[in-house]
Design a binder for this molecule. Structure first.
Ligand code: PAF
Length: 287
């Protein structure tokens, strides 16, 4: 497995691969791998003949009071896991390589970032869209794989790919959960033992909502109120948002009369956790 720390050597590897008739899958990450990342890499490895993984804790996607400095890292372990799973290359640039002195170009989208996480994190998706654009330009992947726990991020990247004509096959991978249902996240490392039960309120509330909708509740406000009360019943939780919205546009849906995205962000102790699922009203959309 090759390790590249600068744009030129990473780009040269990609060009050489393409010249040799290989195709490249990219798995962009911020490191501190868990099984969710490994599932993305397995998909990447199957999708194309070569796989590159990027590890870069992107400062541009963290707000001033967020956890950039505390973000967990374990590069040696990450490299070992990437190699074991069959990565051909790892791109791990430093901050200056991606944002050199005098850097001034950023990528913004008009509508999608104005919803869900973008409301309390107003500069987050500008940072994500910028770094992903740069990674696409440097590595020129044929496929890029992203997790669907960050559902809004995935939608934004699909839109960016379309709007800016990258022509990359964007793959959204299913959420990977711990055995107790907690969606895997590098930020779960912040949870103290006494906060773990509270963290489970997210995935459990998704299940409750699914049942309510499957058995006929169609008013979004009723579903949202029910799970808000449920989550607030746990100590250490502070809800940022609970949204039931159109899975494409992310616009609020008042009535669940077609498949709807239920997405939420909840602060549990130091960890800001997100989770989501698709709600289907079986009377209206029989399986
Ligand atoms: O999902 C992530 O880990 C990051 O947002 C990404 C896509 C690697 C961009 O920094």
């Amino acid at each position: 497995m090759k390790i590249f720390k600068n744009n030129e050597s990473m780009g040269a590897w990609s060009n050489a691969m393409h010249k040799a008739g290989e195709t490249i899958a990219l798995v962009p990450t911020m490191g501190y791998f868990h099984d969710g990342h490994l599932s993305l890499m397995k998909i990447g490895r199957e999708a194309e003949s070569r796989m590159a993984v990027s590890i870069f804790v992107n400062p541009a996607q963290f707000g001033a009071n967020e956890d950039l400095d505390a973000y967990p890292m374990n590069i040696e372990r990450d490299l070992e896991l990437a190699e074991n799973i069959g990565a051909d290359a790892v791109f791990m640039p430093d901050k200056e390589e991606i944002y050199p002195n005098g850097y001034q170009s950023y990528v913004t989208l008009k509508y999608l970032p104005g919803h869900l996480c973008g409301i309390s994190r107003p500069t987050h998706f500008r940072g994500v869209a910028t770094v992903v654009t740069k990674l696409f330009n440097i590595i020129k992947p044929d496929t890029a794989v992203f997790g669907s726990k960050d559902y809004q991020q995935l939608q934004i990247i699909k839109q960016l790919n379309k709007d800016l004509n990258f022509g990359i096959n964007i793959v959204g991978a299913p959420i990977v959960r711990e055995t107790d249902g907690l969606a895997m996240s590098s930020r779960n490392a912040y949870l103290r033992p006494e906060e773990r039960e509270s963290a489970l309120s997210l995935s459990r509330s998704l299940e409750k909502a699914k049942k309510m909708v499957a058995s006929g509740t169609t008013k979004s406000s009723i579903v949202k109120e029910h799970i808000r009360e449920y989550i607030e019943g746990f100590e250490h939780t502070e809800i940022d948002y609970i949204s039931i919205c159109d899975p494409e546009t992310l616009d609020d849906m008042e009535t669940i009369d077609k498949p709807a995205l239920l997405a939420m962000a909840v602060q549990v102790g130091r960890a800001r956790l997100i989770d989501n699922t698709i709600l289907v009203n079986l009377n209206i959309c029989p399986e």
